[in-house]
Design a protein around this ligand. Sequence first.
Ligand SMILES: C[S@@+](CC[C@H](N)C(=O)[O-])C[C@H]1O[C@@H](n2cnc3c(N)ncnc32)[C@H](O)[C@@H]1O
Length: 205
Amino acid sequence: MKRSLPEHAARFDEKAASYDGTKSPEYETCAGLVVDHADPGREDVVLDLGTGTGAIALALAPDARRVLGRDISDGMLSQAREKVAARDVENVSFGSGRFRAPNVPEGTDVDVVTSNFAMHHLDDATKRDAVDAIADLEPRRVVLGDVMFFGTPDPDEPFYSPDVDDPATVGVLADALTDTDFAITAVERVHEQVGVLVAERETDR
Ligand SMILES: C[S@@+](CC[C@H](N)C(=O)[O-])C[C@H]1O[C@@H](n2cnc3c(N)ncnc32)[C@H](O)[C@@H]1O
């Protein structure tokens, strides 16, 4: 990875207070698609990885039984917890966790895993490990919105910083998912470098 986890966490600790004011239209579209495709049922437990200030987790809370938001940045998690307190939401909890060790309480069955604009901080080999860790949780559905390359990477385009970020091609992400138990059931292209992949466990389709 181009930065260690503590370095990524420190970067987001610094940005946390202003993060919610810095979203692009493509980010908003991507986040909306992640929420729409996640589509949890009333009994479902959702795990949102790289949850940041909780945009996806909080949007899904009204439809799910429980939502677990996980992140490596204490600063981002603090912002998310402030929103929970302000909105009096009872079925969302935010805590430390990373893609490869999401810190899901023992005995908790996760039904849907979401992640938005977060996995591109991992290099491709680590993304594979992350997808393996997600597959180990045996969710019914994974919805991954992120910076991802539909064509040739263009570092001059917005959405990622080549010095710290490591977006994958759509193919690399799709391969990682389909090499586990998942089949790709939807691909949304938001921009040449932003998209959403939806994957469902083959046994559940
Ligand atoms: C651009 S923000 C996106 C936040 C949120 N998902 C959203 O849609 O607004 C990326 C988040 O990923 C987190 N992150 C980076 N690497 C991570 C990792 N390995 N495990 C968990 N979270 C990570 C960062 O701390 C940051 O909060």
